[in-house]
Design a protein around this ligand. Structure first.
Ligand code: UD1
Length: 431
């Protein structure tokens, strides 16, 4: 298995291009199932999760072409010949977002069989809200043999859905299902995340009738058919925040090309409180820090609150702050797996339920650490960039799910970072 080796201490200087958002691209790919015409997506990130989703859609019968090396990063998806309505366990278990095929398959073909996603490293993450909402729209849902068996006689029917909590995935599944349903669907307590808005805007371009995008109440008037369109994926606000944390922890000065401040106000505010300057430039955002890092308190919340997907990275930064910080995680119940690993590098963190008290230390020291999920892994990279000496990060396949060319982008700004592939490490051992 590949590892990453980092020698900390070099302040990041230079430019980093920000990719298209993974969490926008995945639902957008699923939206292709809603039409027999071709959907052309540009600014697509090239990531393991995107490849998994492409494989899932291909086995349903979607014809895909992807040119990750071409300028524009375009992917075409044509679902004119869908011949299989089953999303198998092997693919769904590796990526929870696979469950987003359920709404579109059911709405267009009247049936779908999707594996239950199962457990996940950051908590139970059930999909009960997706299923209840689809049932309220007239679907018959049975859970058997580890699969969701869903069918509907005729079309799904518009309904008033009130989600008990904010769910990005449930809102996205419902948006897609309601676009082809009969009548009006009102989604109450809808997620307002920019990636949800991106999906809604693309659906509108495909002919869907959606009002209230970006608010807590979305109204969808179903149409008989949708058509293809060209759509560009928004910039990845979590990748942006991650590189901002990397620049900040090293006391660097970096311009993040294509980054958008309007998608990440709460994150920018948290950085400002911690003493990190983020300003808009004609090409994106500039991040720099030359003073001390200040301790600051953070609570994760649905958008427009501080994102749970930035919690681990911020914690790495705050571990070097002057004074104490309190981080509270309100979205997922088990999202502190980076803590024991960060502590191996010298951080001082006390966990108490959903909160973490971080006492800033003057320096971190390199160590061997292990990645446990996508954002936890990258928090170790961030800590390692500032740590004294060498850090080896194991199990980095998590990073490849969500960060494109991470080592290359960081090395381009002066980081001392390299990937050690399994083959290389065998060679080293044999020598
Ligand atoms: C998405 C993001 C993920 C991010 C999360 C929260 C993608 C591919 N992933 O995940 O990176 O961390 O939003 O911003 O976009 N819940 C239920 N029942 C349900 C659905 C959700 O109880 O039916 C709970 C979850 O367990 C969690 C909370 O609701 O506690 C929010 O989860 P949700 O917004 O659905 O997360 P995902 O869409 O899976």
């Amino acid at each position: 298995m590949d590892k990453i080796r980092i020698i900390g201490g070099a302040p990041l200087q230079g430019t980093i291009p920000i990719s298209g958002a993974k969490n926008a691209a995945l639902p957008l790919m699923c939206a292709s199932l809603l039409t027999d015409e071709t959907l052309h997506l540009s600014n697509m990130p090239y990531l393991a999760d995107i490849v998994t989703m492409a494989n899932l859609l291909a086995q349903h019968g979607v014809a895909l072409s992807f040119s990750p090396q071409a300028k524009g990063r375009s992917m075409s998806l044509a679902a004119a010949n869908v011949h299989n309505l089953t999303a198998p366990y092997e693919l769904v278990r590796t990526m929870r977002a696979s469950v987003l095929v359920l709404g579109p398959l059911l709405a267009r073909f009247g049936a779908a069989k999707v594996s239950l996603p199962g457990g996940c490293a950051i908590g139970a993450r059930p999909i009960d809200m997706h299923l209840k909402a689809l049932a309220d729209m007239g679907a018959q849902i049975d859970l058997r043999d580890g699969y969701i068996h869903a069918k509907v006689a005729g079309r799904l029917k518009g309904a008033a859905i009130q989600f008990e909590k904010v769910s990005v995935g449930a809102t996205e599944n419902l948006l897609m299902a309601a676009s082809l349903a009969e009548g009006v669907t009102v989604i109450g307590n809808a997620a307002r995340e920019p990636e949800v808005c991106d999906l809604a805007h693309c659906l509108q371009k495909m002919g869907a009738r959606i009002e209230g995008i970006g608010t807590g109440e979305i109204r969808v008037t179903g149409v008989d058919t949708l058509h293809g369109c060209d759509y560009a994926v928004i910039a990845d606000r979590i990748e942006t925040g991650t590189f901002a944390a990397a620049a900040a922890i090293t006391g660097g000065d970096v311009e993040l090309l294509g980054a958008r401040a309007d998608l990440m106000q709460a994150t920018i505010a948290a950085f400002a409180e911690a003493g990190v300057e983020i300003s808009e430039t004609p090409r994106g955002l500039r991040v720099c820090r030359d003073g001390r890092i200040s301790g600051t308190d953070i609570m994760t919340q649905p958008y427009p609150g501080f994102p749970t997907d930035m919690q681990a990275q911020m914690m790495a930064l705050l571990s070097l702050a002057d004074g104490a910080s309190m981080v509270t995680e309100t979205i997922f119940e088990n999202r502190y797996m980076h803590v024991p690993e960060l502590m191996r590098m010298g951080t001082k963190i006390v966990l108490h339920g959903a909160s973490a008290m971080i006492r800033g230390v003057p320096e971190l020291r390199g160590a061997e650490v292990m990645a446990t999920d996508l954002r936890a892994s990258v928090s170790l990279v961030i800590a390692a960039l500032a740590a004294k000496g060498e850090t080896i990060i194991h199990r980095i396949y998590h990073l490849d799910r969500g960060y494109e060319r991470l080592e290359e982008k960081l090395a381009g700004c002066g980081a001392n970072i390299e990937r050690i592939t399994s083959r290389q490490s065998v060679k080293v051992e044999a020598a």
